[in-house]
Each structure stands twice: as structure tokens, then as C-alpha cells.
Design a protein around this ligand. Sequence first.
Ligand SMILES: Cc1cc2nc3c(=O)[nH]c(=O)nc-3n(C[C@H](O)[C@H](O)[C@H](O)COP(=O)(O)OP(=O)(O)OC[C@H]3O[C@@H](n4cnc5c(N)ncnc54)[C@H](O)[C@@H]3O)c2cc1C
Length: 226
Amino acid sequence: MAAGGRAAPSFGTDGTAYALVEGFGHTVTPLSPALVQLKSDPARVRGLRGIRMDAEVIVLRGERELFRTRGDVLFTDSGVSGDAVFRASSYAQRGDTLVLDLLPDVERSLLEEALAKGTGEDSLLCVVPNGLGRTLWRMAGGDRTRAAGLIKRFSLPVTGNEGFARAQVTRGGIPLAETDENLESKLRRGLFFAGEILNVDGECGGYNLQWAFTSAYLAAEGVRSC
Ligand SMILES: Cc1cc2nc3c(=O)[nH]c(=O)nc-3n(C[C@H](O)[C@H](O)[C@H](O)COP(=O)(O)OP(=O)(O)OC[C@H]3O[C@@H](n4cnc5c(N)ncnc54)[C@H](O)[C@@H]3O)c2cc1C
């Protein structure tokens, strides 16, 4: 069985295969969308749609840091997307906070120094894209220290994600503990699994396709020696 997960049902992976798996007595661990856009308060991202940045992304649950990464962040109508956000989406859930450092290579003190020059807004537009600079300057009410704070710690409440329909991968599936080293079912001899239907998901970067190919190779080897 290599029927994929529940993500991106428009490609045929609508999750119907899990019922077949359960019919064989296997467990399916809780499923959730992964590598998916995160939703936030639309008012918080208003005016930022289409802006793409190299940013540091931190997932906070209350005060606790769950995950930190750096990469591409793209603002959308409903929240944020991009490779760094996709990676963070495997950890973030509704109620968490996403903290973005929009100038990760610049110390806050240096940024404040830069904003102290000219009108402040002019300096801001020299260091971040115009649309972002103008919106942040407005949000900061023209206050240089607050503007620097927004750039270094732009916080977004996570209100959810775009769901399986827009996700690239499914988190959860058949536990590996229910298969042997060739991914043969420990419950049904001759039944092999491969790919996303198993409880394995990886970050962006080709790891999910690699898992699909590698697990298929292992399963094929197992079938050959059956
Ligand atoms: C938009 C998008 C972009 C992606 N980009 C990347 C990337 O850049 N790098 C990366 O590593 N991964 C990426 N992925 C994830 C990667 O494509 C999947 O993890 C991988 O294809 C999973 O392989 P699979 O063979 O397990 O399942 P799938 O490729 O999903 O194939 C499963 C097949 O089973 C069929 N099927 C489903 N249910 C049944 C059923 N009940 N009966 C019969 N057939 C059924 C489906 O129609 C489908 O043809 C991306 C995914 C999406 C959606």
C-alpha cells in the first residue's frame, strides 16, 4: 500500500486508504496537515500581502519556545507562507504565537541607531521593503523604538492553518513499530507499506520524496524475498 496521506486531496490522496489500513488491524496515529501556510489575525498582516523576506521564525507556546528556524517568509492575505513557515507549521497550532525577526543579521541596537537618523521612516525604507517599512511605521505610530521592536520581534497569533487541502504532507499515519525493517506489516504477512501512509514526515527540502523512494525500495526488496 502506497496510497499517500490526506494532504492535497486534489491529487487523489483523500485519506480513504486509512480505512483499508484499519481494516487490517493497523493503528493510524492522529493526522494533521504539515508543510502548510499558517493563518493569523488578518488585521495584523493587512497591507503586507506579497512581501517576501528572509526571516527568523520562532514558534512560542505561551513563553515556551517550541521551534526556531530561518528562511523564506511570504505574507499572505490570511497569514504567512514560505519555506520557514512550512517548517514551523509542523510545530505550531492555534493559540501559539509566531515571532518573526525580519532583519535577523542586524542587531537591534544597530537598527535603532539607523532609525535615529533622518525622519526615521526614510531610514526604515532603506533597510526593509517599502511596503513593509510603511506598514510597520504606521503600526509603530511613528515611534522609532517601537518600529525597531516590530522588525526584530513581529508577533503573529496563530489562528490555524490552511488545512489538508493546501498542505503538502500529512503528519501521522501507520506507526513504524507495526512494520518490520522492510516495512512489511507485523499483523498481515505479505502486506507492505511505503511512503506517506506511514507515520513519517519530513521538513521541506526533498525529505518527503526521499522517504517515499527509500521506503518503496525497502518494501520492494521485502516483496522480492517474500
Ligand atoms: C504541492 C506539493 C508539493 C510538494 N513538494 C515536495 C517537495 O518539494 N519535496 C518533497 O520531498 N516532497 C514534496 N511534497 C510531498 C511529496 O510529494 C509526498 O510526500 C510524496 O509524493 C508521497 O508519496 P507517496 O507515494 O507516499 O504518496 P502519493 O505521491 O500521494 O501517491 C499516492 C497515490 O495513491 C493514490 N490513492 C490514494 N488513495 C487511494 C485508494 N484508496 N485507492 C487507490 N489509490 C489511492 C493516489 O491517487 C496517489 O496516486 C509535495 C506535496 C505537494 C502536495
